[in-house]
Design a protein around this ligand. Structure first.
Ligand SMILES: O=P(O)(O)OC[C@H]1O[C@H](OP(=O)(O)OP(=O)(O)O)[C@H](O)[C@@H]1O
Ligand SMILES: O=c1cc[nH]c(=O)[nH]1
Ligand SMILES: [Mg+2]
Length: 209
């Protein structure tokens, strides 16, 4: 069963509170997406394995620690996930980046796939899929199925806001994927938008509405 972590850190709740306001500007919203993504990533990477490495400080030789293995890969779901990835890259600048292009058909609410480009060694990496919104769960679930079909197994999913309906569907379809959520909201409305939510994340990041 997936481990579902709902972040209860005051900094995250404060920043998401600003993002929810309809008066928040595009620039401020975009900056907050990347800041909150960084804070969630801090928690999502807590259990990464470490390896000992010998180094020299200016004074002595010592054993330090570094992240073990083949390192990490961030996978934003386009478009709205892109800015989360930018934030996380501030913390993990050497991570590789894959892209999955999906949009939600606003009539059927079904995901429509249009792009996928992953690093060639992605199946050896720890993968962090990022998308601000988990609404019906269709887009995130389809993105992860696509990665699994490419032989990728070590996957985590990070989002800023989730609806209970999306969490239920996602964890049922991908019980092997841990989920990190900035805030768990009340429900979906009749158009599949999260309530209270923050509106359409992609439109708010890019000013397209
Ligand atoms: O859980 P779901 O019901 O699938 O909805 C969530 C999806 O909707 C939004 O993307 P959107 O389709 O608006 O694409 P965009 O990022 O290009 O705006 C959001 O960023 C998710 O990808
Ligand atoms: O509330 C929602 C639901 C889907 N996609 C968004 O960007 N916002
Ligand atoms: Mg959108």
């Amino acid at each position: 069963m997936s481990k579902v972590t709902i972040m209860n850190h005051p900094l995250i709740q404060h920043k998401i509170g600003i993002m929810r306001r309809k008066t928040t500007s595009t620039k401020e919203f975009r900056d907050l997406v990347s800041e909150v993504a960084m804070l969630i990533c801090y928690e999502a990477t807590r259990e990464l394995p470490l390896a000992d490495i010998e180094i020299e400080t200016p004074l002595v030789k010592t054993i330090a620690q570094e992240i073990a293995g083949k390192k990490l890969c961030i996978v934003p779901i386009l478009r709205a996930g892109l800015h989360m990835a930018d934030g996380i890259l501030n913390l993990i600048p050497n991570a590789k980046v894959g892209h999955v292009g999906l949009y939600r058909n606003e009539e059927t609410l079904e995901p429509v796939e249009y792009f996928c480009k992953m690093p060639s060694d992605a199946e050896e990496r720890e993968i962090f899929v990022v998308d601000p919104m988990l609404a019906t769960g269709g887009s995130a679930s389809a993105a992860i199925t696509l990665l699994k079909n490419k032989g990728i197994a070590k996957i985590h999913f990070l989002c800023l806001i989730a609806a209970p309906e999306g969490v239920k569907r996602f964890t049922k379809e991908h019980p092997d994927v841990d989920v990190y959520i900035g805030a768990l909201d009340e429900r979906l409305d009749e158009r599949g938008y999260i309530l209270p939510g923050l509106g359409d994340a992609g439109d708010r990041i890019y000013g397209t509405k």
